[in-house]
Design a protein around this ligand. Structure first.
Ligand SMILES: C[S@@+](CC[C@H](N)C(=O)[O-])C[C@H]1O[C@@H](n2cnc3c(N)ncnc32)[C@H](O)[C@@H]1O
Length: 260
């Protein structure tokens, strides 16, 4: 660990333990963990997709990390899913879970979404459908000019991203530049489903303290609007002051359409 510095950027390659991250934030899906923010975002994501208007052929997820929850509610509504991730170890973890013999099956997350949509369908059906639609897990560095390191992608119908665009940039200006870069990958009329932290500064992964960008709701909304997006819905849940794992003020879930 780098003294008292919060970890970011290359520390994701070496200090981010995927199992510890999933155990802390995604293993118990109720109000007892970070003020209930995770079940809140899963439900909001499901609400955005369930009406069936947010759909298309190709979906890009930015910064999937070790867990693809941001994509799961979209599975019935898209054909091809492209996952992207900065850290090679998270890419391997995801690859083993999706294509290989990884022990991680995300069963509680799939069950959560299955229960929200149609209790008669087993979670394994949604999981198989997801695995059948993933076309690859690609490198991504939002701080580079060429964020996908030479991978050629045509425009996407849907972009999803969760807790990534506030993990990468060192400051709010850089966040704005990242919004511009990401905007270029979405079709006119395409959808963005964005999950982010607001007014926070850190989160723990095991013993390791990672950096989070301190950004406000107004700043997030303004950057996306400036890039031609119209906000269709915006929901927030407040952080819990007693929580020691992270200090976010709130978590937001935003749905936008690219209009210009
Ligand atoms: C808090 S995790 C979020 C993981 C997952 N999407 C979720 O919702 O739980 C932060 C993610 O940001 C990614 N990240 C960090 N720096 C990045 C960068 N420069 N470019 C792209 N992604 C980055 C990390 O690799 C990690 O997957």
């Amino acid at each position: 660990m780098a003294g008292s510095e919060l970890l970011r950027n290359e520390y994701y390659h070496t200090h981010f333990d995927p199992d510890a991250y999933i155990k802390t934030y995604y293993s118990i899906l109720d109000g007892s963990v970070i003020g209930g923010a995770i079940p809140f975002i899963l439900e909001r994501q499901q609400d955005i997709f369930k009406a069936g208007d947010v759909k298309g052929k190709r979906l890009l997820d930015i910064g999937t990390g070790p867990i693809p929850h941001s994509v799961i509610p979209a599975v019935p509504f898209v054909q091809d899913i492209y996952l992207t991730e900065f850290s090679a170890s998270n890419r391997k973890y995801l690859h083993d879970a999706v294509f290989g013999s990884g022990k991680q099956d995300y069963s509680n997350i799939f069950k959560f979404f299955s229960d929200l949509s149609d209790k008669s369908q087993p979670w394994t059906k949604l999981s198989e459908e997801f695995k059948g639609k993933v076309r690859g897990i690609f490198p991504c560095d939002l701080l580079k000019d060429d964020i996908f390191a030479g991978s050629y992608f045509p425009l996407f119908d849907v972009i999803t991203t969760s807790f990534c665009m506030d993990a990468a940039p060192p400051d709010v200006d850089t966040y704005g530049k990242i919004v511009k870069k990401v905007s270029k990958y979405i079709k006119l009329g395409g959808h963005l489903v964005y999950v982010g932290v607001l007014d926070g500064s850190f989160y723990f992964v095991g013993e390791e303290k990672f950096y989070a960008l301190n950004i406000s709701a107004d700043e997030v909304k303004a950057f996306w609007k400036d890039c031609g997006f119209s906000i269709q819905s915006w929901d927030e849940i407040k952080g819990s002051p007693e929580c020691e794992d992270t200090d976010f003020g709130s978590v937001c879930v935003m749905h936008c359409i690219k209009e210009s």
